[in-house]
Design a protein around this ligand. Structure first.
Ligand SMILES: NC(=O)c1ccc[n+]([C@@H]2O[C@H](COP(=O)([O-])OP(=O)(O)OC[C@H]3O[C@@H](n4cnc5c(N)ncnc54)[C@H](OP(=O)(O)O)[C@@H]3O)[C@@H](O)[C@H]2O)c1
Length: 273
């Protein structure tokens, strides 16, 4: 039995679908089964990662866990990792590429808790998710996206590719003890991302450069966390002079090339219309 946390989210939903397609026994951890909108043959169990006691039914008889940490601080994560280690054998943790440069980040703290546990572990460190651009949907519809650091070059990854690597790590022994940096196949600047989405929906969309000072309060509101917003600004500033890393790990592990942002945008065009 494989327990998928974040099963209603961008990556976890694909992890569930891909495990199901391969006929693995899957259980989805959800906070509200009535809104989870998962296939009816998927077992859903209510639980909240902020309350370790609520996870006991979900963890019963589980062999492996796909774990994400949906908070901006690692408080409580060590109890959750301990609870997983009490029943399961393996964990695949969805971290972030940023964990490498930021050992104080919640991603890195949870990584250490996972790697110092008794569990067989695999750490996934993806770059930026393609779905982050859905946050521009209203602005795309209005014909212009306002944002800072339009020249920031990101190697955005399709969430399905993260899920495909996670499925390999959950179901094969080859990936135990590995840390994988996962990215899309190329970097695309933020202003290019907007143009690519515009082309996918069939309209011209402009990028309008904002100063960091202008963007800061909006980002704090979007992320709901001041230091995370500040970190995002610093990260994008860095990607102007040094583009985000590109790796071939998706292809090496799944046998399929990582999907391009162009493909992702065409497949999600309706979300921006
Ligand atoms: N976006 C990026 O560019 C990026 C890059 C690297 C790493 N990451 C990491 O990826 C993770 C997010 O993955 P995602 O984008 O696939 O998720 P997402 O689409 O943001 O959805 C969040 C998921 O977490 C669940 N969740 C939220 N609070 C929860 C709680 N208290 N207890 C249990 N489940 C809870 C949600 O379930 P409900 O249905 O209950 O709401 C949902 O399934 C985060 O750890 C993030 O830091 C993101």
């Amino acid at each position: 039995m494989i327990l998928v946390t974040g099963a209603t989210g961008g990556v976890g939903r694909h992890v569930v679908a891909q495990l199901r397609a391969r006929h693995h026994a899957v259980r989805a951890l959800v906070r509200d089964p009535s809104t989870a909108d998962l296939p009816s043959d998927i077992e859903t169990v209510r639980g909240d990662l902020a309350d370790v006691a609520s996870l006991s039914s979900a963890l019963a008889d589980v062999d492996s866990v796909f774990l994400l940490w949906p908070f901006f601080a690692a408080d409580g994560a060590s109890d959750v990792v301990d609870a997983i280690a009490d029943t399961a054998r393996r964990v695949v943790y969805l971290s972030a590429e940023a964990a490498a440069a930021h050992p104080e980040s919640f991603w890195a703290i949870v990584e250490r808790q996972v790697t110092e546990s008794e569990l067989e572990w695999t750490i996934l460190r993806p770059t930026g998710f393609a779905k982050n651009t859905l946050g521009w949907a209203d602005q795309i519809r209005s014909g212009a996206v306002h944002g800072p650091y339009g020249a920031a070059a990101r190697s955005l990854i399709d969430e399905r590719d993260i899920a495909a690597v996670a499925v390999q790590a959950l179901t094969s022994d080859e990936h135990v003890g590995k840390v994988y940096v996962l990215s899309g196949p190329a970097t695309v600047t933020q202003s290019e991302q907007v143009a690519i989405i515009g082309a996918a929906v069939g309209r011209q969309v402009r990028w309008i450069e904002q100063s960091p000072a202008e963007a800061r309060p909006q980002l704090v509101e979007i992320f709901g966390d001041k230091s995370f917003a500040e970190g995002a600004l610093d990260t994008w500033a860095g990607f102007v002079s040094e583009p985000e890393e590109v790796t071939d790990t998706v292809q090496a592990i799944t046998g399929e090339p990582a999907r391009s942002f162009d493909q992702w945008a065409r497949e999600h065009a309706d979300d921006f219309r």
